[in-house]
Design a protein. Structure first.
Lengths: 256, 428
């Protein structure tokens, strides 16, 4: 049995305006699920409501683990990478310190970081190729490096459910490849990987399943099926038709 | 004696506020501290009025605490109700609670009790007249704060850096918040005794803001913050003692402000003092590296191991500059004086001289072989750039050329491997 998340009739609002309503979906572990939708579709709100970072209006979210046990929210098993703007990058903490934070929920009150935990930090930093930057302040890194450090923190957490809000936005090609490699590794371990994607051209390459959201779930399918269905034009509006047609051509060339 | 006791009590009190304020500063929520400092005021006064029957300091603490919680609840309520009110809610609550506090204070001051108990000083504080009861209260608050820090140090760091990580990974958040705001209340009450409710938040903000200029490591920053608090306590009390007209509370805040501006003006990378020192450092670093290379060439070409300073230090520089360069070379122990008053390179100096020659000649080789620059023009270019390239970078530049034995002028390039074996810094 794989980890999975069941979302049932989830609604949430901002300033009394419903940002998402009646969201029903099942996100499976062992595959990368990407969430797409136009601006204001409620992508970040959906993740925040699922993680109880904002209050929900209705519905519930069930997290199934590998033993089929259900919990409301499995603390310590969730890794969330927020959007860049939501982190204070001038915070006086080193790369190593951020990754070490991933171990905090499992450490007892007075337990110090031991050699075995330092080894975990080392190996996580190596996986995202940030071991040479361990002593650097987080403020001194590029956008891509900062996201790699956050992924290293998620790896240190040994989280079963990963929620990444626009991890590929504004990062260099090298960092993108490193993130993708690690996500593929996590996929093999049947982790739930849920990503908000901003770039329609690369989402097909990064995902096994795609959820198209426009306050409600419009489609939840493979990229190919969503592209064929014509729902993208419907959701993104007629202004985006040319872009979506171009996208189809790019995908056809890529598939060949 | 009285002054030193006052200084001691002030340092204990201010360092507590600085330690707690440090975390508000980390979360960029210093304005919230300001709001809380003012919102304790009506609770404090109301408790004082009711306390005439019980005479318990706990009553005052709880009154202030509930006042702070009410302010926080209202702030969250307003922010969630209307996003536009998120920013405006802080000054709105600050003004409302402060007005309520002043109204209650005027009621208290109508009877003699308030003045007798020093409550008339509660707006501007009485840092130079703190007594044993203030010390005990500050020490008690320190103990509570230390217990909180010890139990919640990891939660506190996560909470300050990434609120979503804290929310998704830690249980018992409600008790954390209650404990956290209780510690803030205690330290604000301590601050109010020292500098008054008007300036209480300055003890939260100024040490942390000063420390922020100096370090990117939160542990070091925390220690600097405590140091600034100690300076504020010591210098502030002395200022109010020697300048008779100066009230102690504002004196502490003025010293805090001076610390902040000194750090901002002199110790950040953008400050003029840092820039000046950096310029001087690079000037003498470059001059001494050039001098070392000249000493290396004297040995290589003329087999001269002993030399006079004017032979290696450029005479085109001013006398004072030459003097400083020679001083720098001696200070760094790159050269030592012989019995006959001549100089020789020390082992450390010889290694560094060889290192500079490696950088110079490999850059020359790279410019000629890779960038196809005329060999007659590369010397000056390499001479300028050798100070800014690390040995590893130089090695990377020339490793694809296929040969690295001689520079374009036929001079031997020192061996990277040998320099590495000698343990010269930078040769990894």
């Amino acid at each position: 049995m794989k980890n999975s998340i069941q979302v049932e009739n989830l609604s949430a609002s901002y300033d009394n305006n419903l940002a998402i309503w009646g969201v029903n979906t099942h996100i499976h572990g062992g595959e990368i699920t990407s969430l797409i939708g136009p601006n204001g579709a409620g992508k970040s709100t959906l993740i925040k409501a699922m993680l109880q970072l904002i209050p929900k209006k209705s519905g519930h979210v069930l997290f199934y683990n590998q033993d089929s046990q259900v919990t409301q929210i499995p603390r310590k098993k969730i890794a969330y990478m927020p959007q860049r703007e939501h982190i204070d990058w001038n915070f006086p903490i080193s790369v190593e310190g951020v990754v070490e934070m991933g171990l905090y929920p499992k450490l007892k009150f007075f337990k110090k970081i031991t050699t075995s935990e330092k080894d975990i930090i080392d190996s996580c930093l190596k996986k995202v190729q940030m071991e040479d930057f361990r002593k650097r302040a987080i403020s001194e890194l590029s956008g891509g490096q900062q996201k790699r450090v956050f992924l290293a923190r998620a790896l240190a957490q040994e989280a079963d459910y990963l929620f990444l809000d626009e991890p590929f936005s504004g990062i260099d090609k090298g960092s993108e490849e490193i993130l993708l490699t690690q996500l593929q590794e996590l996929k093999k371990k049947h982790k739930v990987i849920f990503i908000i994607h901003h770039d329609l051209f690369s989402v097909w390459r990064h995902s096994d399943k795609i959820i198209l959201l426009n306050k409600r779930i419009v489609a939840h399918d493979t990229g190919e099926e969503i592209l064929k269905s014509g729902l993208l034009e419907e959701v993104y509006g007629s202004d985006s038709c040319e872009m979506i047609e171009l996208l189809r051509k790019v995908k056809r060339i890529h598939d060949r | 004696m009285i002054v030193s006791i006052s200084i001691f009590i002030a340092i204990i009190s201010i360092s507590l506020c600085a330690a707690v304020g440090f975390f508000s500063n980390l979360r960029n929520e210093t304005l919230e501290s300001e709001m809380l400092a003012h919102s304790l005021f009506p609770g404090f006064c109301a408790a004082f009025i009711l306390n005439t029957y019980t005479q318990s300091p706990l009553f005052i603490v709880l009154g202030s605490f509930f006042s702070a919680l009410l302010a926080l609840y209202l702030k969250n309520f307003l922010s969630e109700k209307e996003r536009a009110l998120k920013e405006a809610s802080l000054p709105f609550i600050l003004a409302t609670f402060y007005s309520a506090g002043v109204a209650l204070l005027s009621i208290i001051n109508r009877n003699a009790d308030g003045k007798q108990k020093g409550l008339s000083n509660i707006l501007i504080g009485q840092a130079n007249a703190l007594d044993q009861s203030d010390l005990l209260f500050a020490l008690f608050s320190w103990v509570v704060a230390l217990i909180f820090f010890a139990i919640n140090r990891r939660q506190l760091l996560s909470f300050s850096f990434d609120r979503s990580f804290f929310t998704t990974n830690f249980k018992k958040k409600e008790s954390f918040y209650v404990f956290y705001y209780f510690v803030i209340t205690l330290s604000l009450l301590v601050a109010a005794r020292s500098v008054g409710f008007l300036l209480a938040s300055s003890l939260f903000i100024l040490p942390a803001a000063s420390a922020e200029q100096l370090s990117k490591n939160y542990k070091k920053r925390f220690l600097i913050c405590l140091l600034v608090a100690a300076i504020m306590g010591g210098a502030g009390i002395l200022l109010s003692y020697y300048v008779k007209e100066a009230a102690a509370g504002p004196s502490l805040s003025i010293i805090g402000l001076i610390c902040f501006f000194i750090f901002l003006s002199f110790f950040t990378k953008k400050s003029w003092l840092y820039q000046l020192f950096s310029k001087i450092f690079w000037k003498y670093k470059i001059q001494s590296e050039d001098a070392l290379r000249k000493a290396f060439l004297l040995n290589e070409k003329e087999k001269k191991t002993q030399f006079q300073l004017h032979e290696i230090i450029s005479t085109q520089e001013s006398k004072s500059s030459q003097l400083l360069s020679s001083f720098h070379l001696k200070l760094k122990k790159y050269i030592h004086q012989n019995k006959d008053q001549s100089y020789s390179l020390s082992e450390k100096g010889a290694a560094h001289a060889e290192d500079m020659t490696y950088r110079h000649r490999s850059l020359e080789l790279f410019f000629v072989e890779k960038l196809k620059i005329d060999p007659n023009e590369v010397h000056e270019l390499a001479h300028q750039l050798e100070h800014y390239f690390s040995p590893q970078e130089c090695k990377k530049l020339i490793q694809e050329i296929g040969f690295d034995e001689n520079d374009p002028h036929g001079s031997k390039i020192p061996s990277y491997t040998l320099l590495n074996k000698k343990g010269v810094p930078g040769y990894l």
